[in-house]
Ligand binder design. Structure first.
Ligand SMILES: C[S@@+](CC[C@H](N)C(=O)[O-])C[C@H]1O[C@@H](n2cnc3c(N)ncnc32)[C@H](O)[C@@H]1O
Length: 207
């Protein structure tokens, strides 16, 4: 396997020294996309937040800043991501506002109806079947699931990523809407940046 392919495979699960490089890169490289996605969160106060597939932890830090009264649980199945997220959010962890767990979104280590907001930035491409059911189960009634993707499934140029990164599936808005509806979400709203082919979905669990 070439070094470039090895490096980009770390977007699916950061591992080793290439994974450490990748989580640093993602924290900077995904910031504008993540901020764009967060701008669609309309509720002004979320009390309990989970950021799934947290990568380098920059988005967890941003959510904690944006919602100063919230606590946040970040989760990722990569030990490199968990370590970096703990490092980036060490002050919030010390203040008791943030915990970082190693785990798989396919079997979330949470009780039913724990969270007001669950976020997924640049990660649902890799999630196993059934993961959206887990998000639905662990959201409170009235809670929001936010998905933010750099690839909207409408850009032929993005096929290079599918070829480069093992286990990646790029979904379009209709496919994600169907997956969310099948998991139980009643209200799904699609937001797009058509020029950049960015895609964001907000899904509400009916109260
Ligand atoms: C492309 S990175 C995005 C990281 C971060 N959310 C961001 O926007 O910069 C994808 C992350 O999702 C994590 N991930 C992928 N599949 C996962 C799963 N099934 N369970 C937990 N984490 C997962 C990877 O380990 C990786 O850290």
């Amino acid at each position: 396997m070439g070094l470039l392919k090895k490096y980009f495979n770390n977007t699916r699960k950061p591992e080793g020294w290439l994974g450490k490089l990748m989580v640093n890169g993602m924290n900077g490289g995904h910031a504008a996309l993540s901020d764009w996605g967060m701008s669609f969160l309309k509720v002004s106060q979320h009390v309990k937040i989970a950021d799934l597939g947290c990568g380098g932890g920059r988005n967890a830090a941003s959510l904690l800043k944006h919602y100063p009264h919230a606590s946040l649980t970040a989760l990722d199945y990569s030990d490199v991501s968990v370590e970096k997220t703990r490092q980036v959010n060490q002050a919030a962890i010390a203040a008791g506002r943030c915990i970082v767990l190693q785990g798989n979104v396919a079997a979330l280590p949470f009780d039913a109806e724990e969270f007001d907001l669950i976020t997924a930035f640049e990660t649902v491409y890799f999630w196993p079947d059934g993961s959206f059911n887990e998000v639905f189960r662990t959201l409170k009634p009235g809670g929001t699931f936010l998905i933010v993707n750099e690839a909207d499934g409408e850009n032929a140029a993005d096929e290079k990523w599918v070829a480069m990164i093992d286990g990646m599936t790029i979904y379009n808005a209709d496919q994600l809407t169907d997956m969310l509806t099948n998991a139980g979400f009643a209200k799904v709203t699609v937001h797009r940046n058509e020029k950049k082919h960015w895609l964001c979905l907000t899904a509400i669990k009916e109260a």
